[in-house]
Design a protein around this ligand. Structure first.
Ligand code: NDP
Length: 246
């Protein structure tokens, strides 16, 4: 799909929450959303990284972001509901939610998949994204147009040997997005999925330690799709699973 370029102020006055905003793709998305005018809510588990993104947005003259330090492994329904209440108090709505945080877990043969590691991957990559999105519905539905974006992977469309828990978690992510998109079709809320494709981040280096990172796309290369899906230019798009690298 050809990805239309959005205007420099297309996200003006929008409030967008990014999970995993301290590093990798989420960090880049947060910076780009702020650069296009959005007030960004930075959620992640490492406060120092979130503060660095906050400082970069401030230094560039972007709208003041908010920081939400949260480990999605142990977060409860009460955490997410409290977050929704705070967002409603401070902003009155949420226009965009980028569900980006994720872990790779351990790559191993099926016979050796460790149950604790399986549970961690499912908890962070699927259950936490579901709980967060469900809890934020009142804020999303208070926006005139809201965009929810989930993050999948090539192994979320075709299973791959040794990628067990991660691959299954991304299939679940695609399924969750499809269910929501069908349910909210015709409403003010749209739900789509991005497959970033191989990208130069810490996660990718863990999966492929020997590869030449200079041959990989950078998080910045993916941003046209991340921006487009958060802008009203994509208001008609719902239930799509799109590749950020074409
Ligand atoms: P990174 O590992 O670089 O970043 C992941 C982010 O998620 C980090 O900010 C991390 O926080 C955060 N995170 C992880 N666990 C938790 C947790 N328990 N609670 C809160 N935040 C958490 O990964 P990428 O940027 O590469 O990946 C982003 C998304 O893209 C993921 O969903 C990944 O599966 C997907 N993806 C990536 C591809 C790639 O090639 N890079 C390819 C296909 C999909 P912290 O830094 O504090 O640990």
């Amino acid at each position: 799909m050809h990805i239309p370029e959005i205007s420099s102020n297309a996200l003006q006055d929008k409030v967008i929450l990014v999970t995993g905003a301290g590093d990798g793709i989420g960090r880049e998305a947060a910076l780009h959303y702020a650069r296009h005018g959005a007030s960004v809510i930075l959620l992640g588990r490492t406060v120092k990284k979130l503060e660095a993104v906050y400082d970069e947005i401030q230094a560039a003259g972007g709208p003041e972001p908010a920081i939400v330090p949260l480990d999605m492994k142990g977060a409860t329904k009460a955490h997410y509901q409290g977050m929704c209440a705070t967002i409603m108090d401070q902003f009155g709505r949420l226009d965009g939610l980028l569900n980006n945080a994720g872990i790779l877990g351990v790559l191993s043969p099926f016979a050796h998949i460790d149950h604790d590691s399986w549970n961690d991957v499912m908890q962070i990559n699927v259950t936490a994204q579901f709980m967060l999105t469900q809890a934020l519905l009142p804020a999303l539905q208070a926006a005139p147009k809201a965009s929810v974006v989930f993050t999948s992977s090539g192994v979320g469309r075709k299973g791959r040997a040794f990628w067990g828990p991660y691959s299954v978690s991304k299939f679940a992510t695609e399924g969750l997005a499809q269910v929501m998109a069908d349910e909210y079709e015709g409403s003010s809320l749209r739900v789509n999925v991005i497959n970033p494709g191989a990208t130069r981040t810490t996660m990718r280096s863990r999966a492929y330690p020997a590869e030449d990172v200079n041959k990989l796309a950078t998080p910045a290369d993916l941003m046209p799709l991340y921006l487009y899906l958060m802008s009203d230019d994509s208001a008609e798009l719902n239930g799509e699973s799109l590749d950020a690298q074409g």
